[in-house]
Design a protein around this ligand. Structure first.
Ligand code: PHE
Length: 467
């Protein structure tokens, strides 16, 4: 391993901010709010419980594997057990696949920043604007490549001068923006064509009011699995990302404390994003608008920002800048494990490896972006949805590989090497690990069972079994 790669975060704060930067991303700003809008307070309660149990145990496992082995995923799993090295290779492919499409979405967000800066908000409010934009063969490619280049540039500068420095700036700024926008949204008021006035506070209260009347067992299971999948994606678990970041942490850092801090940042950002989006939709579209789903960010919100007039231009621009920051700190955490693994494999140095990897992904991202025009395909996935290239990459990496890797990691740690392999490392330098017994219970028994169910559900095999 070259010396340059073997640099580390400056300390606990740098590590926590960089990891929180990875965790807080599009999952928080775009996916969490629409899931929360769908199932309300029940979803939030289940999500919080899952973060504190499964999220804590699995995130701690990833980070500790990294710190103990001081390697990226491929070599980390090899160091645990040479027979399990294929699990490391499998883990390497998760960020390798995500990297093909995350910059594409980052590019879309950058385009929407330009929409608000150049006065195109009325055009963007049209239902067909988003589809028209992503199916063009020039503009989305340009934005996707731009986002990829910035990501590559940050990784080029390494762990402390690149990842840590950018995260230490962007994460606090992003939090300030999110809090500011959420505060503003709660003061909103709008009277619709029927003369009905709704306020942001009313939206928040509507959302926080429990509605258990129509709760059936199958709906409860669905909420549980939605929350579980979201937690996984949001905490960047089982992607090799946290193993790589963990390998840059020094022994003095208290890992169980860091995990709680990262999970708190991530959950707070998700809740604040929900406080922005749910009341906004409620005020302008009523409770019915809440079921918009994935189209919320790029179609529903621009419509509302347009109705808001001048304030909408400012809020629209701020919202998409905040989303771009969130996407960028996540995107660098996807590229880093790829570069780190390649450096470990070929004993190459960081700058050269980053340049070559970035060049490769400039090509890959272009192909995925053009998956809505030149390379348009329609593929039916096992989970029932119709997919284009981007969705196929997302399905393979996050629905299929992530739960499978998590399941196998639980078996490896819980049953083969034993949970003390992790707890010994967490307790090194005299750190206290109060949740040790709980951790063992999770990693040995609960997590593997739940991971198996999640794997069957998110791949679509669960429904096939039930039918
Ligand atoms: N955790 C990020 C989010 O919530 C998503 C992410 C996925 C980050 C994959 C890195 C890699 O959006």
């Amino acid at each position: 391993m070259s010396d340059e790669k073997n640099t580390s975060f400056s300390g606990q704060l740098g590590f926590v901010l960089a990891s929180a930067g990875s965790a807080v991303g599009l999952g928080n700003i775009w996916r969490f709010p629409y899931l929360a809008a769908k199932d309300g307070i029940l979803f939030i309660i289940i999500y919080l419980l899952l973060v504190l149990s499964f999220g804590f145990a699995l995130l701690l496992t990833d980070i500790t594997i990294g710190r103990k082995t001081r390697r990226s995923s491929i070599f980390a799993y090899y160091a645990i057990s040479p027979k399990w090295r294929y699990l490391g290779v499998l883990t390497f492919f998760v960020p390798a696949l995500i990297m093909t499409y995350y910059p594409a979405i980052g590019g879309w967000i950058c385009h929407y920043i330009m929409v608000y800066l150049t006065g195109l908000q009325a055009a963007a409010a049209d239902s067909s604007y988003f589809t028209g934009f992503i199916s063009s063969t020039t503009s989305p490619v340009g934005y996707g490549l731009f986002f990829m280049l910035i990501t590559g540039l940050i990784i080029f500068f390494g762990v402390q001068s690149g990842i840590e420095r950018v995260s230490c700036w962007l994460l606090p700024i992003m939090f300030l923006m999110i809090i500011g926008i959420a505060g503003y949204v709660l003061t909103l008021e709008h009277t619709d064509a029927n003369g009905q006035t709704r306020s942001g506070m009313m939206g928040l209260i509507y959302f926080l009011t429990p509605r258990f009347e129509d709760l059936t067992l199958s709906r409860f299971m669905q909420i549980l699995l939605d929350a579980m999948g979201q937690m996984f994606f949001s905490l960047s678990i089982s992607m090799g990302i946290m193993i790589t970041y963990g390998s840059y942490v020094n022994k003095e850092v208290n890992l169980s404390k860091c995990v709680l801090q990262i999970a708190s940042f991530d959950t707070l950002a998700a809740l604040l994003a929900a406080v922005i989006i749910i009341p906004t939709i409620f005020v302008f579209s009523g409770p019915e608008g809440m079921s918009a789903g994935p189209s919320l960010m790029f179609i529903s919100l621009p419509k509302i920002f347009n109705v808001m007039g001048t304030a909408g231009v400012v809020i629209g621009a701020l919202f998409f800048v905040m989303a771009a920051f969130a996407a960028l700190t996540s995107c660098i955490s996807v590229l880093e494990p790829i570069v780190a693994n390649i450096m470990d494999m070929f004993h190459s140095e960081r700058k050269k490896t980053t340049v070559l990897t970035t060049l490769f992904y400039l090509g890959a991202v272009s192909v995925i972006v053009l998956g809505y025009s030149i390379f348009y395909v329609e593929v039916k996935l096992p989970n029932g949805s119709t997919a284009q290239l981007l969705d196929i990459m997302d399905y393979i990496s996050t629905c299929f590989m992530m739960p499978m890797i998590s399941l196998l990691t639980c078996l490896l740690i819980g049953w083969l090497v034993g949970s003390h392999w992790i707890s010994d490392e967490v307790e090194c330098c005299g750190h206290v690990f109060r949740a040790k017994g709980f951790y063992t219970l999770m990693i040995r028994y609960l997590a593997p069972v739940v991971m198996l169910i999640l794997f069957l559900q998110s791949t679509g095999f669960w429904n096939a079994l039930i039918d």
